[in-house]
Write a protein that binds this ligand. Sequence first.
Ligand code: BEZ
Length: 240
Amino acid sequence: MSEHLHECCVSAMPRIGDRAPSFKAITTQGEINFPEDYAGSWVILFSHPADFTPVCTTEFITFASMMDEFAKLNCKLLGLSIDSIYGHIAWLRTIKEKIEYRGMKDVEVNFPVIEDITMEVAKKYGMLQPGESTTKAVRAVFVIDPKGVIRAIIYYPLSVGRNFDEIKRLLIALQTTDAFGVATPADWRPGDDVIVPPPGSCGVAKERVESKREDMVCYDWFFCLKKLSKEEIFDRILKK
Ligand code: BEZ
């Protein structure tokens, strides 16, 4: 990549564990002051390459149709592209009036979509990746917790639509690991066994392999699973 390309688009990228960079922005639902206006809620801040493009249209229809499911998990959605507010409004109106995808039609996008023609927010969040495009944001997803800390990041290229079930699964997994002090294994879904964090001392390691505990199965000192029901999880994490 040339120096010029690098200068045009890239600033330091935030990382997992960092505070979400702050910004003020105009959105399709009015002005926002981020992350202050979202304190106390989980947020999925996501970028898409451009308005009036087909993959993005399928993503918006899918995400907008799941907005209530995310709201029950105390999570707000916030979209962004390097387009004007008028472009956003026109595109969202077209989606509602004309587009059907997988049986979803007449879909109203009620989450805010940020106008970012100056690229200020896209640059702050490393959404511009010049090897892919210097004018369009890649498909970035930032999962931000109620204290404004970035907890997970996903990047997809322009040509591949994201899996929104996976984004929801990731959010539930983060909320479960926070609420129960456990970790989640590969392909975990609520109701599957969870991982008990590895022991921090030789004494606990010994106890794990020697004692027969009903609530935990240990295959070795570092690999212990335990049951955690769907009901227990959703009882704790769903917004009452
Ligand atoms: C799309 O959303 O369809 C798209 C956007 C930018 C480049 C390629 C595809």
